[in-house]
Ligand binder design. Structure first.
Ligand SMILES: *Cc1c(COP(=O)(O)O)cnc(C)c1O
Length: 426
């Protein structure tokens, strides 16, 4: 697919370009394995001397077509689907960090990522320092050490809805010779393409807007191809020195701009195996075909809901960067000029207990552990997704105890607002 196409065209057609007589629709390659004519052909694949498919734990054509579509949407050089967003976050760091290494992450990130970084990765000997992404660059820079290998943050944080100053963060990362990895789940490439602002690697939980219909858990990692690993070769030996598990091949030498994704596929997928099922990749692709239509509608509806909440006497506070006066209004205008996302957070007068009672009274909006779905859904992070966090960690993650995460769907905005109205009245 030519890169000159606009996002709407890429959503519908990128990744799969059938040749004569081939299926118009992306086929599901429901096969664990692939056939070769000679033993030698297969051996060359195992040595990464030829590219091709041999076992679906590493690569599958359906997955690769969908990863290529997302890479095209983000403006990257290569992508890899993973079984979940969690796997994508983990691999994005683990691909360049090993025991004894350190990375820096914004503290306002998804609760699952916070646990992964702060607890599980510690057990692997990889340390993280959480920083306030809104702090001045000099302050964030103080978190860096000689063994720091990456900076991680979310474009729009879940559920704090902080908007990332991507240029500032990219500047800090590059000054320290490390890549900026951005979780772009909430913005999607329809509203923001972090590579255009200096980010080096993007990850997504495709479970959210990309699938959009709450059918399939999945993730993706996309590489911009812009980070010069060889310029910081001592920091990234996994990419710049021979890999003994592939007869001494060096990823940056053999694969150039494809080095990072090839290593993630050839090493991490091979050894850890968090591949997305081709069936789920097919469903994800169906979601992607309408991403450019759904995302603007989510944003339009969310703006109306946010404005309704802001005007209501029952509401203590509302957080949505589309509201003038919001802390992130200006950053939103810069990085997300066409809209941010469908998620609005707010608290009710009466605090945590009232917020919980309000949720119980909603009829159209469902209480589900989900967000960024075509259906309006609602969650109380302090009781649900962020339950493991201490009060102090909740504050650092931008989660107030009374915070209601309201994920506005693509139903009729008037019906969504009427549902809120009746639940507030009861
Ligand atoms: C949901 C989510 C994740 C985790 O993704 P899963 O697909 O649930 O594993 C990561 N980051 C963000 C911003 C999310 O919303």
């Amino acid at each position: 697919m030519e890169p000159k196409f606009k996002p709407a065209t890429l959503c519908v057609q990128a990744g799969w370009t059938p040749k004569k007589g081939e299926p118009r629709v992306l086929p599901i390659y429901q096969s664990t394995t692939f056939k070769y004519e000679t033993s030698e052909q297969m051996a060359r694949l195992f040595d990464l001397e030829d590219s091709g498919y041999f076992y679906t734990r590493l690569q599958n054509p359906t997955n690769d077509a969908v990863a290529a579509k997302i890479a095209a949407l983000e403006g990257g050089v290569a992508g890899m689907l993973t079984s979940s967003g969690q796997a994508a976050s983990f691999y994005s760091i683990f691909n360049i960090c090993s025991a004894g290494d350190h990375f820096v992450s914004a503290s306002t990130i998804y609760g699952g990522t916070f646990n992964l970084f702060g607890v599980t990765m510690q057990k692997l000997g990889i340390e993280v320092t959480f920083v306030d992404q809104d702090a001045p660059a000099e302050e964030i820079a103080r978190a860096f050490r000689p063994n720091t290998k990456a900076l991680f943050a979310e474009t729009i944080s879940n559920p704090g809805l902080s908007i990332l100053d991507i240029e500032k963060m990219a500047g800090i990362a590059h000054e320290h010779g490390v890549p900026l990895i951005v979780d772009n789940t909430f913005a999607t490439p329809i509203n923001c393409r972090p590579f255009e602002w200096g980010a080096d690697i993007v990850i997504h939980s495709t479970t959210k807007y990309m699938d959009g219909h709450a059918t399939s858990v999945g993730g993706v990692i996309v590489d911009s191809g812009n980070f010069d690993w060889d310029a910081h070769a001592d920091k990234f030996p996994g990419l710049t020195t021979p890999d003994e598990s592939y007869h001494g091949l060096t990823y940056t030498k053999s694969f150039g701009k494809g080095a990072y994704i090839t290593k993630a596929t050839a090493q991490l997928m091979r050894d850890l195996g968090s591949i997305q099922s081709p069936q789920n990749a097919f469903l994800l692709n169906l979601g992607l075909e309408t991403l450019h239509l759904r995302v603007p509608r989510h944003c339009e509806n969310a703006q109306k809901v946010a404005e309704y909440l802001a005007a209501s006497d029952e509401v203590a506070w509302v957080n949505y960067c589309g509201l003038p006066g919001n802390k992130y209004y200006e950053l939103g205008r810069k990085y997300l000029p066409n809209g941010s996302c469908g998620v609005v957070t707010f608290g009710l007068k009466g605090g945590r207990d009232r917020s919980i009672r309000f949720m119980d009274n909603l009829r159209l909006a469902a209480i589900v552990t989900h967000v960024a779905d075509a259906r309006t859904s609602v969650l109380h992070p302090a009781s649900h997704t962020h339950r493991q966090l201490s009060d102090e960690q909740l504050v650092a993650a931008g989660v107030a105890p009374d915070l209601i995460r309201f994920s506005v769907g693509i139903e009729d905005a008037g019906d969504i607002i009427a549902d809120i109205e009746q639940a507030l009245a009861r």
